[in-house]
Design a protein around this ligand. Structure first.
Ligand code: ZN
Length: 271
């Protein structure tokens, strides 16, 4: 009976936690790229159109957006659909990680990863930058939780693999950037992408996870890039940020990497 109740309530609590984190990530996404703002100031959320402080009951994730029909209560300016979308995506990712890892330290590591990848995804897509504050926060929290897991399992190798992953990730993308720039004769990749790949290496480990992230991000980037150019949204010369593809690929590998790698080994006849 107790387990049955927990079976329902833990996922519900994880979801609510995800919505709350998503709401905080919206604040990060809006404020971090703006030099005149910080996470702490102004203290309360405000409408970007009329500057009116948003009341707590108008700041409930997703629900307030639906009740207000996507408009500010004060000035009726449209609220970006991105806000409820980020909240829904964060809650969905938290729930997915719970079903993947259960109530473990590995879940905590995955949640930290989600909390930095979601704002990196949106900020890079909007502003073409990957803020250092997100990379550094992710690296510090990641190392702390990785050390915790290594300590729990008395497994120094686990910690070592993650550190090698971070070095290998940064190095691999730096090489891609150098070679890409030489071939394309223009900047092929930003420094932010290299730092992001080091972060991904810390959270996922080195092999085969990093290879899968590079493969999936290159493939999805090529497909989406082609669609954007063919549909006329982007010109051939306009830059397309690579961070969202790295972040998306990292989430896919974290959730399904094991099964995908096994499937790949079977398909090439390596049992
Ligand atoms: Zn307003």
């Amino acid at each position: 009976m107790v387990t049955a109740v927990l079976d329902i309530w833990i996922p519900v609590l994880i979801c609510l936690f995800g919505f709350a984190i998503g709401s905080f990530l919206n604040v990060c996404i809006y404020r971090i790229p703006r030099p005149d703002m910080s996470i702490h100031s102004p203290r309360r959320s405000f409408c970007p159109a009329c500057n009116e402080t948003i009341r707590p009951y108008d700041n409930i994730p997703v629900i307030s957006y639906l009740l207000l029909r996507g408009k500010c209560r004060h000035c009726r300016a449209s609220i970006s659909i991105l806000y409820p979308f980020v909240e829904l995506a964060t809650a969905g990712l938290c729930l997915g990680m719970y079903y993947r890892f259960g109530l473990t330290l590995e879940l905590l590591l995955a949640l930290v990863f989600v909390a930095v990848l979601v704002p990196i995804f949106v900020i890079d897509a909007q502003h073409y930058i990957i803020p250092n504050v997100l990379i550094v926060t992710g690296l510090i929290l990641g190392v702390v939780v990785v050390c915790g897991i290594a300590y729990r399992d008395s497994d120094v190798w686990y910690l070592l693999v993650r550190l090698i992953g971070a070095l290998a990730g940064g190095l691999a993308l730096w090489l891609v950037a150098v070679i890409g720039s030489a071939i394309l004769r223009r900047k092929a990749m930003g420094g932010g992408d290299i730092k992001l790949m080091a972060l991904i290496g810390l959270f996922l480990g080195a092999w085969p996870e990093l290879a899968m992230v590079i493969g999936f991000s290159a493939l999805s980037g090529a497909i989406v890039g082609t669609i954007l150019i063919v549909s006329g949204v982007k010109s051939r010369e306009s830059p397309i940020p690579y961070g969202p593809f790295l972040a998306g690929a990292a989430v896919v590998v974290l959730l399904w990497g094991d099964s995908l790698w096994r499937l790949y080994l079977q398909s090439v006849g390596w049992h």
